[in-house]
Design a binder for this molecule. Structure first.
Ligand SMILES: Cc1cc2nc3c(=O)[nH]c(=O)nc-3n(C[C@H](O)[C@H](O)[C@H](O)COP(=O)(O)O)c2cc1C
Length: 229
């Protein structure tokens, strides 16, 4: 069912949803979203994204459980790429803390309540209850000494999420899966040449879930943009 929203609406209405209804995304809608995402521009039109669109519950359970079991066994991150800085500096550190604590506040979770925080983290690997997850891989040959495909695949992420908005489909991008990319690649049995960059959960948000009301604010333009007139 098309919503016919304009681009600015789609951009401003999209936000990361972290609880979904057990309602699958129809295959024909998923294909429309993926066709739109395929129109993402990329350097030399190389289209470096190798995409696994997984809606099979058993497979999603298996992938998620493989990560949770690894974490519970005390396993370390097992990734192809390092997404976050090893050393956080301001203003990024401040923004990260503000965003995280804002979500805990909405959920009424004490920041010292490590058990609940761990469960919330593990919710990533339960896909927040969503029925479809898009895993975006890149050929290792393309990122051997080059970073361009990261730019292209980042643009792909946003196109995908905005296209989903058109069909009333909500999303959550996931760098949590980046951290366990090697385990996920192995469980999904993807070819050896592919490295996982990230995933995006797609589905229908649970509108009654308090965490879905959280929309972290952005820094003002003055902080982020230098105009040279
Ligand atoms: C590359 C990337 C990775 C992210 N990883 C996660 C994640 O693993 N889990 C999660 O709940 N949110 C994740 N997010 C969502 C961000 O926290 C969110 O985009 C940010 O706080 C801004 O909120 P908004 O998306 O609601 O506008 C990620 C976002 C991006 C762009």
């Amino acid at each position: 069912m098309m919503k016919n929203i304009n681009v600015i609406d789609a951009i401003s209405k999209r936000s990361s949803k972290r609880k979904y209804l057990a309602k699958p995304v129809p295959k024909e809608i998923l294909e429309e979203i993926l066709k739109a995402a395929n129109m993402t521009p990329s350097g030399a039109n190389m289209q470096p994204w190798s995409v696994y669109a997984v809606s099979n519950k058993d497979v999603l359970d298996k992938v998620g459980q493989s990560v949770i079991s690894h974490i519970e066994a005390g396993g370390d991150v097992d990734q192809f790429i390092q997404y976050y800085p090893l050393e956080w500096v301001n203003p990024y550190k401040r923004r990260r803390i503000k965003t995280g604590s804002g979500l805990y506040k909405v959920l009424e979770v004490d920041r010292h309540d490590m058990e609940t925080r761990t469960e919330l983290w593990h919710d990533n690997f339960r896909w927040f209850g969503a029925q479809t997850v898009i895993f975006v891989f890149v050929d290792k040959a393309l990122i051997d000494g080059a970073q361009g495909p990261f730019i292209d695949c980042g643009a792909y992420m946003q196109t995908l999420m905005l296209a989903a908005q058109e069909f009333g489909i909500d999303s959550c991008p996931q760098g949590s899966t980046t951290e366990y990319g090697k385990i996920i690649a192995k469980t999904l049995e993807v070819p050896e040449n592919l490295a996982l960059l990230y995933s995006v959960v797609l589905g229908y948000e649970d509108k009654g879930a308090i965490q879905n009301s959280y929309q972290p604010e952005r820094a003002p333009l003055e902080e982020l943009v230098t105009f040279i007139d």
